[in-house]
Design a protein around this ligand. Sequence first.
Ligand SMILES: [Fe+2]
Length: 421
Amino acid sequence: MARTAVSQFQRDGANASGQGSSRQSVDDLRAQWRAAFARVRGETEARAAHLSAEDQIVQSMADASPAKWHRAHVTWFFETFLLKPHDPDYKIFDERFPFLFNSYYVAAGPRHARPQRGLITRPNGADVAGYRAHVDKAVEHLIDSMPAAEAARVFEILEIGLHHEQQHQELLITDILHAFAQNPTDPTYDASWQPPRPTQGPRSFVEVPAGIMPIGHEGEGFCFDNETPRHDALIPPIRIARHLVSNAEWQEFIAAGGYATPSLWLSDGWALVQAEGWQAPGYWRRQDGAWFAMTLAGLQSVDPAAPVLHVSYYEADAFARFAGKHLPSEFEWEVAARENVIADAFGIAWQWTRSAYLPYPGYRAAEGALGEYNGKFMVNQMVLRGSSLVTPQGHARLSYRNFFYPPARWQFTGLRLAEFV
Ligand SMILES: [Fe+2]
């Protein structure tokens, strides 16, 4: 597993570090980056193509964004951070768009209020498609025509923009699922969608190598700044679950009164259970004595053998206490995944860890607006590791650090347990 989760751009031989450039001409790199750009931009449109124009406007909560906004925002990212600084001839598509489609970059200028993104019916879908086509053409032109001396910096920002767009490809789907889950007709994103199959085999706990271990990104491939600097961490003697916690195990937690037992919960979590009336994971519904859940293929019966999804950090922590175990730290998870002792590390559920989202020792955010990408969120959130069933192909890495607030459960979030030896 350790070597399969490389950047798709690296696999194509195109990475902004210049690795391989001694063997490849700048023109080869231009061709590879053009292909990578077209592929990622195309994947966004393929995901949005399942949605009607009305679907693409809706915003079901402040944390979720309309699909149309995602398609425009990732385009704004290329316009703002790649085209404006590096193409003196670039013409802004529409002077009103930066205000509408800047997300949280204070240094990039003022922006529209996040909870009100669903009110923006105009520009309409055709306008956003025109914006995407305009920026696509300009980026392709920049890749082809920039001086070779600027190639390294241009490819570096292009690479960040592609990974950024992939993150929004995942959000586009999690956000529309949340919207569909509010709809009494149980809409279907993709009728042919099938849940990923978890690895079979004995549900055992396996030892994680203990001691002082290197943590963080290694090598020449892409990573976000929050995966660096690589540093040492102390791994205590623990065992980690080979498998993700299943729906069957979660149903035992429910049946045992897990959602009604305050001693299992962190104080903030118990307050939320009461305030929200939580009795099961997000999107679960009880009908005629059986559990159903809203999925990308509409309302489906809950498969006991499948990993549990859509649980918050508070629920994951309460379940671990119920089971007499704990959640692994992000460091324990990374060592276990690198040593290939766990199943389903990637591709099903982001896995909550007990690690707060903090800077690694020596971390410094980059200068300027792009330095706002990760660093300013390093408080009050918890780290999730792995990747989910809607993470784009090639986006996941061993050192990848996802992060969400403890109450969040609209992402494809699950857990695996750990125990002290
Ligand atoms: Fe973004």
